[in-house]
Design a protein around this ligand. Structure first.
Ligand code: 2NE
Length: 270
């Protein structure tokens, strides 16, 4: 990676190269479990990659080979939720899920080792998942007194089918990389030593394609699931494209020139 990880973060790393941003959860001592600080930093890093016009694709991963992410840090889970440094209980991981889902660039989960609990939902939310052959997937919520009934349940069902999604949540089993591939939970499985190069290869391929086409497609995939918010995303892309047309600009120009707009010259296409 071209840039050294910068030191503004404590729990994550942010690097970039070749129009790819790599965001790494860096808490290997707890299998990359997240705490409020981690989620806060992830939200900042994704916002940074979102806003950077040099970045076309974002990779989310975990430090080391043992885990992508093991979900919420159970050590700081108080009686009413996950506690931050000042003892306030909040996690905001649902906000992070929505952010990954709606930001207009492909997000790729690069998974080595465990993607478990809330960490499993994070890979699910990403647009694509490249798994190493040592990857293991699963939910633990009903075992540890938790659940994710939002995208964690609904998007899971849309991804692997309703029966399989219920099995994943109701039995809390673990699935190896091949089983995950068979049920459509990941896009490909590669030997661990090839994980990074394969992921970069997929990112390079996407970076060679039309960013606008990828952007509109991503919002299209969300549109029906996300109801009006999904339509808003898709329609926002239509508005942005309309702004680039002479017809859109005529409205602005007429306002600034204090005259009536002249839309007659624009075709009423069939
Ligand atoms: C991930 C897994 C399967 C790994 O097992 P293994 O055998 O490879 O490692 P081990 O020994 O269990 O873990 C290594 C160290 O990491 C800590 C462990 O406690 C252990 O620490 P030490 O004993 O060495 O001090 N660790 C691992 N995961 C942790 C976690 N999530 N929080 C704090 N410490 C953790 C195995 O470790 C495992 O099953 N982990 C727990 C997974 C889990 O239940 N996560 C929470 C699910 S709920 C959730 O994420 C959630 C939600 O449902 C809704 C909203 C938001 C979050």
């Amino acid at each position: 990676w071209e840039t050294p990880a910068d030191d503004r973060y404590r729990d994550i790393l942010y690097q970039q190269a070749e129009r790819i941003a790599k965001i790494t959860i860096n808490r290997p001592e707890v299998r990359n479990a997240f705490r409020p600080q981690t989620v806060r930093e992830l939200i900042d890093a994704f916002h940074r990659a979102h806003m950077d016009p040099e970045i076309g694709v974002i990779v989310l991963t975990g430090a080391g080979d043992l885990a992508f992410c093991s979900g919420g840090d159970q050590r700081i889970r108080g009686d009413a939720g996950y506690q931050d440094e000042s003892g306030v209980e909040h996690l905001n991981v649902l906000e992070l899920q929505r952010q990954i889902r709606t930001l207009p660039k492909p997000v790729v989960a690069m998974v080595a080792g465990y993607a478990i609990g809330g960490g499993h939902v994070l890979h699910l939310i990403c647009d694509l998942t490249i798994a190493a052959d040592n990857a293991r997937f699963g939910q633990t919520g009903p075992r540890v007194g938790s659940f994710d009934g939002g995208f964690g349940a609904g998007l899971m069902a849309r991804t692997v089918g309703l029966k399989k999604a219920k099995e994943i949540w109701f039995l809390c089993r673990q699935y190896d990389a091949q089983a995950a591939l068979d049920m459509g939970l990941v896009n490909t499985v590669v030997p661990l030593r090839e994980l990074e190069s394969e992921t970069v290869d997929w990112c390079r391929q996407m970076n060679r394609l039309s960013p606008t086409a990828l952007r509109v497609l991503k919002s299209s995939f969300n549109a029906d699931t996300d109801g009006l918010a999904g339509i808003q995303e898709l329609a926002g892309n239509a508005t942005a494209l309309f702004y680039t047309t002479e017809e859109g600009q005529e409205g602005r120009n007429a306002f600034l020139e204090k005259r009536e707009p002249d839309f007659h010259r624009f075709p009423r296409r069939p």
